[in-house]
Structure formats: C-alpha cells, structure tokens
Design a protein around this ligand. Sequence first.
Ligand SMILES: Nc1ncnc2c1ncn2[C@@H]1O[C@H](COP(=O)(O)OP(=O)(O)OP(=O)(O)O)[C@@H](O)[C@H]1O
Ligand SMILES: [Mg+2]
Length: 342
Amino acid sequence: MGVSNCSITLPPTQQVPLPKEYGVTKPLSLAGPMEADIQRTKELEKFLVGAGLYESAEEAAKREGVHCQLKQIVKDWVKDLTRLRGYNDQMVEDANAVILTFGSYRLGVHGPGADIDTLCVGPSYVNREDDFFFVLQNILVEREEVTELQPIPDGHVPVMKFKFDGISIDLLYASISLLVVPDDLDISSESVLCNVDEPTVRSLNGCRVADKILKDVPNIEFFRITLRCLKFWAKQRGVYSNVTGFLGGVNWALLVARVCQLYPNVVLSMLVSRFFRVYTQWRWPNPVMLCQIEDKEFGFSIWDPRKNPWDRTHQMPIITPAYPCMNSSYNVSASTFRVMTE
Ligand SMILES: Nc1ncnc2c1ncn2[C@@H]1O[C@H](COP(=O)(O)OP(=O)(O)OP(=O)(O)O)[C@@H](O)[C@H]1O
Ligand SMILES: [Mg+2]
C-alpha cells in the first residue's frame, strides 16, 4: 500500500470552559443530589405550595397591570413637566422616566399580598422635593385607584407609600444626571451614581442589590425556592423583621445566596439543611458577603470596620453586593442576635 498523502487533521485544542465560580471563596462542595434528596425536595416543594406561599395567576396578572399603569403615570408626569419647563419639542418628545422593581417582587419570591417595591428613575431636571413629593403625589392622590397615600420625604430612604387598586406600593425616586432616561437604562452600571446625593444612592441601591444577587447565584430557581422556604421558616419563628432588629427580606436573601454559592450543585432540601449547618458554625461577626467589597472613586462610604468604628460594633454583618456595599443588618442587637442563634 502506498503512503497516503492525506494529512491527519488534529482536533483543535479542546478548551473546556471552567464552570463560573461564584463568591469570595471556592465552593465547599461540588457534589450533586442523591435520589433521596430529590424526593425530599419534591415533598418540600409540595409543602410550600400548600402553605400558601405563592400568589394566584389572577393576582400576578393584577400586579402586572398595576406596574404598567404606574409606568404610564410617571412617563406622563415627566413629559408634562418637561413641557412646563419650556424645553423644546424634541426634548418633550424624548422626555422619559422608567419604573424598576426591587425587593421580593424583583427577586421573584413574593407571596400573596406582598408589597411591590418600586423605583422611578427620572431625568436630572425632575427633582424629588417638589416634583416627586408634590406634583406626582398630587397626580396620584387624584387617581381613584390610589388609597392610603403616605409620603415619607425625610426618611433614610425617602418613599411614597400607597395602595394602587389594593396592592401596596413603596415608590422611591432617583433623579440621575441624564437629560433623557433611556427605557433600557442599565441600573447596574456605576455611571448612574455620577453626581447624585446620598438619598438617591440609597434609592438606587435596592435595585442594584437585587440585580447583583440574581447575578451572583449559580442557579436562580434553586435560590428562589430556598429563599421562600427560609422566609417562611423565619416568619413562623418570629425572627422575620428588619425594624425589630431581626432579619428582613434582603438579609435572608443574602444569607441564602451565600449558601447557594457554597453548594452550587445541590437542590432545595439540601440547601435548607446546609443553610442551618453553615450559619450555626459561622464565626460572627465575620461578614457574609457575595463578592469582594470594592471602593470606587465616587466617594460614598462603604462598610469597612478597619476605618469606621461604628462598623466594628455590628453583631451580624450581612453585606450588600453592589457598590457602595453596606451592612444590611446594622440594626441586629446583642439580644436579637442571641435569639436568632438560639
Ligand atoms: N437594611 C437594609 N439594607 C439594605 N437594603 C434594604 C434594607 N431594608 C430594605 N432594603 C431594601 O429594600 C427592599 C425592600 O424591603 P422589604 O422590607 O420590602 O423586603 P423584601 O425583600 O421586599 O421582602 P418582603 O417580602 O418582606 O416585602 C429590600 O429588598 C432591599 O433592597
Ligand atoms: Mg417588599
């Protein structure tokens, strides 16, 4: 046989992509579930449905409708103000505001009757003091769907609370340094923090944190259902509440997200048991964080116990993952901490 002159083509070097890593350390285990874990997960899922943790399709559609109506109201509000301020026709045409959600609704873990935490982002020339807390407030008061409107302009995070068609809304406002707010505004980009004051940063932070949590977990669906389960447990045990010094929605979300990072391949029943294992062994006040705390040039203060004596007093630091990173559980006291660890 003659020597064939065809050359052998070697397959290109196979570059197997490494699985994405989540969190500030390597996972504690990459193991997946056994058959029994899958079975237990199914039972637990059934239990959660039976416990009434999910809203009906009807309520979900109603929320969606309310969200759309709010969107239209704020767009009209900004357009009218733009016209009143004497901007040219093009500016009036382009004038815009966007509505973004955060909190449990954005994370996809809200139960029946939960509030919708909503942020309105408007252009630089529409301010919070007069335009939001006066003009928009009056527009809302006039709407027949709006009841129980309660403005809190001087809060740590200024907010307008009301019910729209019976659904509780917490509406925040952030004016950013843009003349025209695009519909596809990227709230995760740090450029939204240019030239804004502290209340605005705090208002933007809820959305930035929710988006970052969803990016920082290996499996969003597993995260969601585990968080639903832990929130239910915490409510049953009377340790679900931010204002009384226990943990609220965002704190539980961050704790669960960290466990999801540590065990990226396990299912609900295992995540729940790992949750308790991880946090009974946690050496508080070591912080729970989803990513490294980075300082940026915007000058907002971040959680840093080396620099800030006040941060050293925190019992149970659970750090938010978007710049400027803060401790979300600063109001946990020695006594609520003891109750929770017990
Ligand atoms: N202590 C806090 N630190 C940082 N952000 C907070 C804090 N409290 C509330 N927030 C922000 O406001 C959002 C809404 O708070 P809320 O108390 O409604 O919690 P939630 O996650 O929506 O849970 P729930 O289902 O109880 O409404 C949080 O998800 C978080 O983004
Ligand atoms: Mg909420």
